[in-house]
Design a protein around this ligand. Sequence first.
Ligand code: TEU
Ligand code: CA
Length: 547
Amino acid sequence: MKTEWWKRAVVYQIYPRSFCDSNGDGIGDLNGIISKLGYVKELGVDVIWLSPVYQSPMRDNGYDISDYRAINPEFGTMEDFDRFLEQAHGFGLKIVMDLVVNHSSDEHLWFAESRSARESAKRDYYIWRDGKNGGPPNNWKAWFGGPAWTQDKATGQYYLHCFSPYQPDLNWEYPELRAEIHDMMRWWLDKGIDGFRMDAISFISKPQDFPDGEAKQYVPNGPRIHEYMREMRTEVLSRYDVMTVGETGGVTVDDAIQYAASDGSELDMIFQFEQQELDGGETFKWNDRKINLAELKEVLSRWQNRLFNRAWNSLYWCNHDQPRIVSRLGDDGEYREKSAKMLATCLHFMQGTPYVYQGEELGMTNVPFADIDDYRDLESINAYESLVVQEKRIAKEDMLRYLGRKSRDNSRTPMHWNGGTNAGFSDGKPWIMLNPNYVTINAEEQMQRAGSVFAYYKNLIQLRKKMDIITFGDYQLLLPNDQHLFVYTRSLLQEELLVVCNFTPNEQNFALPERFCGAQVLISNEEDPVYGGVLKAFGTAVFYIKK
Ligand code: TEU
Ligand code: CA
């Protein structure tokens, strides 16, 4: 069954709420996405990862599902979905759906039944415990603020929720629950979808003694996680030629080698966060810290080298949970286009399956949110509420600056289709503000300009399709301690690539290793066609030789 087509694929992530609105209610929808399939095809990707479109009260924009087999009316109907799938397939695009099964919504019928009584037939679909010393069963904190347990009136017991109280964790210890999830997965796969991106999948097995301590230490990679993954492979995935990617927060390289082992016993690839956590700190991600280049290189290179021939990784800078990469690691002013291309080059020549998040291919930037009212993301709003309002640990203006740098909403404002009303996203009032820079940064302008970020991404994606070395070559980091340049080689049989990236707004000298003198420049963001030993601000060039 397994053909490993996903090793050669490039994925495009669509966040439905913000992609394209077809009916003027200010919310992106399936018909909007259908109208833009030609655009996605033009970019040259193979797969669309569709963030959740299932029925949901939208406390966490669909990552809180109340019916796994229904489409949220805001996004359309099941007929719209079927048409979307058929048309995407008609364009040769595969569709990977989000699978959010660490938790459901508290409005799921399962939860209504589960919470109703201790004797309820669905009691064990969720995780219920008695309190301890007049408080919750343990002292875990939820990812989105507050305790990880909430007491429920009907029975007086507490339920576990690793994210928000609206997202009760499902109890994977219970075989019936697992069978129910497997059945639902087969239902979607039988419809013809091409795989799953598994939300927070590393969290589904919890140590059953629920020890006090940091939830971050106990929840990821719990005792039975690999058993559950292998069972899912046997019960569901082994019957389909599909792609699976596990969103695996809190994994080490060694864990990943199990989750995404080349023997295909669990998932096809993982999506991990170590590089994203390099600018974290005491108050999670809310700070002014900058990612240190030497540390970034160490992390990315360790994943490249350790997974080589053992397991498969995803390559990404952006998704719906991260700020925009040009603002985070590049320059969103004068060198926006140059740095967007440099960052793309740095990532797309590594081994793994690349993910492009909507708008990244235009070099979209973080958003000038003015005040807390401009935010929609529950993580951002909760963090503000607890750190600024309740605990008074952070001053308001500092927190607004931190949110401006890191809030998930930076990536969730509407896609920029053109320079007209609402960036061509909607005829109505968008559910979240637009980034005002759509007037200059938009798809229409970039699609007709040869030197655009869009054109550059197209080129990168095509190179990957043409050259096996990009998918299969081995990786070697040069200049590990250099704080300005990210330089690495890839090699496969007689071929070798040298990737040179300047992460600074200043010129940097880099003398080519002798074997690369006179080499062909495969792709570059520099105006000068011949490399003269110097990279300008945020310059990048990739050299190719055949021995
Ligand atoms: O994210 C899982 C996760 O681990 C988050 O804590 C992530 O690190 C955080 O969003 C970073 O700020 C997934 C989804 O991608 C996210 O959008 C959901 O909110 C979350 O699960 C709950 O379903
Ligand atoms: Ca709509």
